[in-house]
Design a protein around this ligand. Structure first.
Ligand code: SF4
Ligand code: SF4
Length: 119
């Protein structure tokens, strides 16, 4: 196909790009995206923070009561994730004993502040 005919064919095609974020990007179910934490399930054990390869998870002070295996526990810490440091490896999810931290198939929020955290 000559360059000219290829140009003409492409002029009649729909664009391959989409107007993100106005248009949503299709995301497969197995996509490892944003890390999400459910505070009510977290027992503050720090396992997620210990296994995180890029040290994106910091345990921060947070006094609260959590129900775990029929008992009410008083917890003093909870994890915070630095979004821009996370490599979406999923190890935190794999090692969390309560399912409190999961990697959801959603795109991370954007921003220019390196210290932005999700909780
Ligand atoms: S997905 Fe991996 S890099 Fe991201 S917070 Fe969890 S353990 Fe850390
Ligand atoms: S999110 Fe899970 S692994 Fe991390 S501190 Fe809470 S309970 Fe422990």
């Amino acid at each position: 196909m000559s360059v000219l005919s290829e140009m003409l064919v492409n002029l009649l095609r729909k664009p391959f790009t989409i107007l993100y974020p106005t248009e949503k990007v299709p995301i497969p179910d197995s996509f490892r995206g944003r890390v999400a934490i459910t505070d009510e399930k977290c027992i503050g054990c720090s396992k997620c923070s210990l296994v995180c390869p890029p040290q994106a998870i910091t345990m921060v002070a947070n006094l609260r009561e959590v129900e775990f295996k029929g008992k009410v526990l008083v917890r003093k810490k909870k994890p915070q994730v630095k979004v821009f440091r996370c490599i979406r490896c999923g190890l935190c999810q794999r090692h969390c004993p309560t399912g409190a931290i999961i990697v959801v198939p959603e795109l991370s929020r954007t921003g220019t502040d390196r210290e932005v955290v999700v909780t």
